[in-house]
Design a protein around this ligand. Structure first.
Ligand code: ADP
Ligand code: 5GP
Length: 208
């Protein structure tokens, strides 16, 4: 830009949890479009792909045997059973992205967020709320991906997750989509300004 050398940056972990149907994927997709250098942690799951999902893009879809093998050999930074399926985060993939100075985005449940904080000892943990339980149910039904049984499971799980919202650093209510997006974007940008993300900055400025 103005001839200054590129500064070394420490990548950040941006972790987003929300009850299923709140609008997490919608907001995450928007953030990834605006910030293409923000890497996404593609989880492993034993759940079957939904229509439109691609192996390696939304998830790595694996069978239980493969999942257990990854878990038992320490390749997962965290894992959890959610709505009857197993989900887990690849430790080597995340570490490689952080080592390249990239920011990494996670879409994981509350149990996973807690484990991730221990695994990496850093990160911004965001909890996304639906405006109400009634609206949450409407959104889940509107998405058209759930059976009555899986809908009931997700609503029961939502209540348990909301009870654990206190663990998170930031709370965003997804009522109006644009407003929720601006809030999410604001958190991401502020996190990148933390002094811990910019090691050596003072020395570099003094030396120039
Ligand atoms: P999640 O990833 O949290 O399970 P989705 O992103 O799939 O949720 O969103 C669930 C449904 O709610 C989708 O049909 C989506 O289009 C809709 N939705 C998301 N955010 C909003 C919003 N702010 N207002 C209205 N509908 C929304
Ligand atoms: P879905 O099946 O709707 O894609 O996701 C169900 C839930 O699993 C969501 O709450 C999502 O955040 C969570 N999830 C997705 N990947 C992971 C993961 O790697 N670890 C954990 N703990 N949860 C995950």
């Amino acid at each position: 830009m103005d001839g200054e050398p590129e500064r070394s940056r420490q990548g950040i972990l941006l972790v987003i949890s929300a009850p299923s149907g709140t609008g997490k994927s919608t907001l995450i997709n928007r953030l990834r479009v605006e910030f293409p250098r923000l890497a996404f942690s593609v989880s492993y799951t034993t759940r079957a792909p939904r229509a439109g999902e691609l192996n390696g893009r939304e998830y790595h879809f694996v069978d239980s045997e493969t999942f257990n093998g990854l878990r038992d050999s320490g390749k997962l930074a965290e894992w959890a059973e959610v709505h009857g399926n197993f989900y887990g985060t690849s430790r080597p993939a995340v570490q490689a992205m952080l080592d390249q100075g990239r920011d990494v985005l996670f879409d994981i449940d509350v149990q996973g967020s807690r484990q991730l904080r221990q695994a990496f000892a850093q990160g911004a943990f965001i909890f996304l709320f639906p405006p109400s339980m009634r609206v949450l149910e409407q959104r889940l039904r509107g998405r058209g991906t759930e059976t009555e049984e899986s809908l009931a499971k997700r609503m029961a799980n939502a209540r348990r997750e909301l009870e654990q919202a206190d663990f998170f650093d930031y709370w965003i209510v997804n009522d109006d989509l644009d407003r929720a997006y601006q809030n999410l974007r604001g958190v991401y940008q502020a996190e990148g300004l933390r002094k811990s993300c910019n090691p050596g900055l003072v020395e570099q400025i003094l030396a120039g």
